[in-house]
Design a protein around this ligand. Structure first.
Ligand code: MN
Length: 380
């Protein structure tokens, strides 16, 4: 049995042999992993890639849902744009993003730019992502070959990045891998210098992902190290607790899948418990607010007459908390001016009894104001 302490992933980033600083950023926050290759120079690239990585981490889904992951990448795009607007980094800074959420053997990916995700299955290496680059377009159109793209003078021109277009979309895809497969995320400092065959060889050569990550960096540096090099290596294991199919009763305690299932249902129980508490708290607040509102009252003017409402004026979270109690035959414009202006704002009172007392006072004021000249015109 594999000891649980064995490390199942490793990351490594390196400035390379030419650049003075590293504008790549990487994220290993299992089950979330990402590589971002910053663009913009003068340290702006590393600001862009760092903002993108942090925003991704804050917005990423909990499960291997590629569309949700792509939405998190779009959030990262907006943050990079916002930072540039606010004078953080510089205008025009950008970054690529290759993000993976690994849930057992199920992998969700979101992709923008020319960093890549690869999957090694046995000795077979598959490129999971498509580059958003000029040379990739030329290859897709059959105008140049992969080999020509690899040496093309304009191979670093990318056609999609975070930080350029507020409406940018990320490619989203989900892949089912097998236990024992190895996932690689890398910036073009690796895959632009080291051919896929060699990447495949190195990925399959060492059992320890940390050794693999170091060997990949070494290979890129030996090939010239023209660019920053970042790699994330993740060993794919069997499905975690939550994804084990539940065909037999839970409660198995010893070993393997049984233990996982027990853990899974306990996690579910904890989640449901918290949801129940949240529902009680929210329900309690809502009921308390309702009770509070039911005991209050306010007066206002409708169609020229003083009107009494039970509840509170306005709405809370879009829900109205007032109920018409009664209309009256008291014309608002016959009340003293001060009272009229108070009413135009609504007069909140402690309850229906207080509202009724105020109505009686208004009735007296109206009849007093009519009494001196004995006018009955306003009644008609
Ligand atoms: Mn690069």
């Amino acid at each position: 049995m594999t000891p649980r302490t064995r490390k199942t992933w490793a990351t490594r980033t390196d400035t390379g042999r030419v650049r003075t600083h590293n504008e790549d950023s990487i994220l290993a926050h299992p089950p979330l992993f990402a590589v971002a290759d910053g663009l913009g120079g003068h340290e702006a690239g590393e600001i862009a890639s760092s903002i993108a990585i942090h925003t991704l981490r804050d917005h990423a889904p909990r499960h291997a849902d590629a569309k949700a992951l792509a939405r998190a990448v779009r959030a990262a795009n907006r943050e990079v744009l916002r930072a540039a607007r606010e004078g953080i980094g510089r205008e025009g800074m950008g970054t690529t993003m290759t993000a993976a959420l690994v849930e057992g053997t199920h992998i969700a990916l979101a992709q923008v730019g020319d960093s890549r995700a690869y999957l090694l299955h046995g000795s077979e290496l598959t490129r999971l992502t498509e580059d958003h680059s000029m040379v990739a377009d030329l290859v897709r159109n059959g105008e140049i070959t992969e080999e020509e793209a690899f040496r093309h003078p304009r191979r670093s021109i990318i056609t999609r990045a975070l930080g350029t277009d507020p409406n940018m979309v990320a490619d989203a895809l989900e892949v089912d891998a097998s236990p024992g497969d190895r996932l690689l995320l890398c910036s073009d400092g690796l895959c632009g210098l080291v051919v896929d065959d060699q990447i495949a060889r190195i990925l399959g050569e060492y059992r320890d992902p940390t050794t693999v990550a170091a060997a990949l960096i070494d290979a890129a540096n030996e090939a010239g190290g023209h660019d920053n090099i970042s790699v994330v290596v993740v060993d794919i294991e069997s499905d975690p607790a939550g994804r084990v199919s539940d065909r037999s009763p839970s409660g198995a305690q010893a070993g393997g899948a049984g233990g996982s299932r027990a853990r899974g249902s306990r996690t579910l129980g904890v989640v449901l418990g918290w949801l129940l508490i949240a529902a009680i708290v929210i329900g309690g607040i809502a009921y308390g607010t309702y009770r509070y509102a039911r005991e209050r009252a306010y007066l206002t003017v409708e169609d020229g007459y003083v009107t009494v409402y039970r509840g509170v004026p306005g709405s809370l979270a879009g829900i109205s908390l007032s109920w018409l109690e009664r209309t009256t035959d008291i014309p608002a414009d016959e009340l003293p001016t001060a009272e009229q202006s108070r009413l135009s704002d609504t007069i909140t009172v402690g309850g229906i009894d207080a509202a009724n007392r105020l109505i009686e006072r208004y009735r007296e004021q109206v009849s007093e104001s009519q009494a001196p000249d004995g006018s009955i015109e306003s009644v008609q």
